[in-house]
Write a protein that binds this ligand. Structure first.
Ligand code: B1M
Length: 213
């Protein structure tokens, strides 16, 4: 197979959620001398971009995206140690979590997986994340981006509290803040001083790319 054939195969098998095939193809590509960066960008990220586009267009649904994300992880498991050794730049560091009092994480995980698929290095703080824990993570990891998810109207104020805690810690200007979740809106993002709102996981990737550009 030529280099472009094998990259295309990786992207289309990722789209189909064929995790074992993706892992095997990534190994095969490496054996053929395709670089980890080429496999990441031309195979895995290219496939995940298609998934994102079709998800946004309503042609794919949450289960299909999760299955594609699993295939992306299978490919990343092969590539990760090699990428760490090579000079492939990360798209950016992204700390993400669901805010205090909120246990919903399906959407947040989808956003994280899509960001990983787009080449971001993600640090997932999980659910029920207190403002102080977001602040500590920004201090520790120095990300370019911080993402907060909320699914309950009662936990949305946790986003504002986190932004205020970052301000108090003198860290607000060091990080771009993106928020999302079913009850969240652009107006709410503006009201609490977040930098951006994303309505879905595919848009979150576009927004994240825009914020670090
Ligand atoms: Co809960 N729940 N739930 N729940 N739950 C909702 C959210 C609710 C709308 C159901 C309803 O009443 N119709 C309602 C909220 C009402 C409100 O506040 N307006 C509700 C409630 C009330 C509750 C409890 C209080 C119920 C109770 O105990 N009485 C309780 C609260 C627990 C807590 O958090 N403290 C509760 C519990 C649960 C379960 C544990 C059973 C379970 C969560 C399991 C889990 O996440 N691991 C659950 C579920 C599954 C839901 C529904 C059914 C589905 C949520 C979901 O996963 N959607 C939900 C009803 C519904 O939405 N139809 C509901 C799929 C997911 C892919 O979408 O999360 O919106 P979503 O994410 C999208 C976008 O929003 C966006 O991208 C994602 C992908 O496109 N997005 C971001 C999300 N985060 C983002 C971050 C970004 C950018 C985009 O940047 C950082």
């Amino acid at each position: 197979m030529t280099k472009s054939d094998i990259l295309e195969q990786i992207a289309s098998n990722l789209y189909q959620g064929e995790d074992d095939v993706v892992a095997t193809l990534v190994e095969q590509a490496l054996d053929q001398g395709v670089t980890p960066g080429e496999i990441l960008n031309g195979g895995l990220i290219a496939g995940m971009d298609e998934v994102g586009k079709d998800f946004k267009a309503g042609e794919l649904f949450v289960p299909e995206v999760l299955i594609a994300a699993r295939a992306m992880h299978a490919g990343m498991n092969v590539l990760r140690p090699l990428l760490a050794e090579s000079d492939v730049p990360s798209a950016g560091k992204y700390v993400i979590g669901t805010v205090q009092g909120d246990l919903h994480d399906i959407g947040k995980n989808l956003v994280r997986m899509m960001l990983e698929g787009a080449g971001f290095e993600t640090i997932d703080l999980g659910v029920d994340v207190k403002p102080d824990a977001f602040v500590a993570a920004v201090q520790e990891h120095q990300p370019q981006l911080l993402g907060m998810s909320a699914l309950l109207t009662t936990t949305m104020p946790g986003m504002k509290a986190t932004i205020e805690a970052l301000q108090e810690a003198g860290l607000r200007d060091r990080v771009k803040i993106m928020i999302g979740g079913a009850p969240v809106t652009t107006a709410f993002a503006e009201q609490i001083g977040a930098d951006a709102y994303a309505p879905d996981a595919a848009t979150a990737v576009d927004v994240a790319r825009g914020l670090v550009a």
